[in-house]
Design a protein around this ligand. Sequence first.
Ligand SMILES: Cc1cc2nc3c(=O)[nH]c(=O)nc-3n(C[C@H](O)[C@H](O)[C@H](O)COP(=O)(O)OP(=O)(O)OC[C@H]3O[C@@H](n4cnc5c(N)ncnc54)[C@H](O)[C@@H]3O)c2cc1C
Length: 518
Amino acid sequence: MNGRFDVVVVGAGPAGSIAALVLARSGARVALADKAAFPRDKACGDLVGPRGVQVLADLGLRVPDAGQGSDLLAVGPSGGRARLPAFTGRTYPGHGIIVPRLALDHALREAALQAGAVPLRARVTAVEAGADGRVEAVISSDGQRLAGEVIIATDGALSPVARLAGMLDPQAALWGFAIRAYLRAEVPLPLLVLLDASPWRIYPGYGWLFPGADGQANVGIGVGLGSDRGQAPLRGDLARLVALLGQYGDLSQDARPGPVMGGWLRMGGTGTPPAAGNVLLAGDAAGLINPLQGEGIGPAMVSGRLAAEAVLADPARAAPAYTEAIEAAFGPYMTGAAALQRALLRRPRATSAATRLLTAPAVRRAIAGTWSIYWNGLADGARPRPSAWTARAVQAAAGRLAGHALADPPLHMSRHADAITTPQVAESIIGEKSLWPRANRQRPASRSTNASWTMSPTLSGVCSAAGMCRIGYPYSPPPIHKRSAWPSRRWRAKCTGSGSGAGGSRSRASRRCSPSPW
Ligand SMILES: Cc1cc2nc3c(=O)[nH]c(=O)nc-3n(C[C@H](O)[C@H](O)[C@H](O)COP(=O)(O)OP(=O)(O)OC[C@H]3O[C@@H](n4cnc5c(N)ncnc54)[C@H](O)[C@@H]3O)c2cc1C
């Protein structure tokens, strides 16, 4: 199919379906393309965190969840267990939900299609740039050309669209890999297992055992790989984890995992800017997985919604608006968490000792609340309580660690995505180069710090090695997300039937432009 849309969303995981749903509900003509036939499975622990649950509630979406998860049990290398309490925040509920991805992604996609998004089966393998450098269309392997005023790439951690648009710098990314399997087990509370790789040397990741529906549990293990996306053979580690959980009594001795499925993680907001020109990246495509505990569904839904709202507010300024929104929502936590993850993995002995201490009886009760709030990225939006204050202090300290890791004042990389100008996108597409370091070199002098926008090769190397080349701190309070009185003048013309292009007919336009229910 060849088609022209207001917005083309590539990837129908949680980020893409939420973005498409929000856009379609507001009357935009939106394509939701995916290479897979749905329902499709996805490697995942199936646990949706509180912020993801909040997005579902805000948008009035119901998904067939297998149960609620509130407190988590963190198991240390010595077998010590800390119960991490879930608190209701100001901006999120006090629980997550567990939904097999087969069901979650299908339900979200169906909701987007019901709202009016156009489903397309298409494996995107090329992008077409206009003379002004904007990505005018994405092209699929079977020759479909999907043109859009804005392209939202929600095509996962490897994001072919980000790569094709020259926005992905794999060397600057913080990669991980994880596998999971289902097995039969009754699991009262989700377990996160911090292991030693060898005595008193921490394993560079963690295992989990999450409850599921009908006596079916989800067991898995993931590792952080730094900037090297090398092979991560994890099946042996999963077998060892299952044996260990058998010893602890969490699994029966004869528990056998079913078929194993794996996937890449890109964490900490690394490897890409959130937006450039008319291309916005959301979810794993923007590298928004929590580097400390691997949560990505909630960030995917939050960012998908932010991307859609930025487009609805003004398609022509969607990139800078979205970049600011992403930095406000994720920057304060992600930058420090990515630095902390790097620092911890570089010191396996100290980290093993620290996790033993954190799960030791004398300490765990005192720090469990802070650990829970900080680790899960919930400090911003927490209700006032001592553990929230200390979590915020830890977040600030980790942010300072990020500054130290750069050996210089932090690079405020993406304050305005429009600094990444469209000709650079064009050049990057034609020249197959990353626009990433180029964008830094061309940054004007900072007005508020003595940081230079000029990125020296050495600093670039440090930044790259620290995996923190993207996110800067927001200088100003988070932008208030006003939903536009239905979007731009140009789009509004379509609603009244006076515009040309997609949505031309008056009756269709009025159907599509009815006030959104949220
Ligand atoms: C083993 C494992 C366990 C995890 N456990 C959890 C967990 O318990 N909780 C949690 O919050 N997060 C977890 N995560 C992370 C979570 O799975 C991701 O963060 C989440 O799926 C991101 O959603 P997304 O919409 O950005 O991308 P995805 O869900 O990856 O969706 C991307 C979509 O893009 C499509 N696509 C890719 N390339 C193309 C192309 N060229 N053309 C068209 N379509 C394309 C794919 O088919 C896919 O449907 C886990 C990850 C792994 C690997």
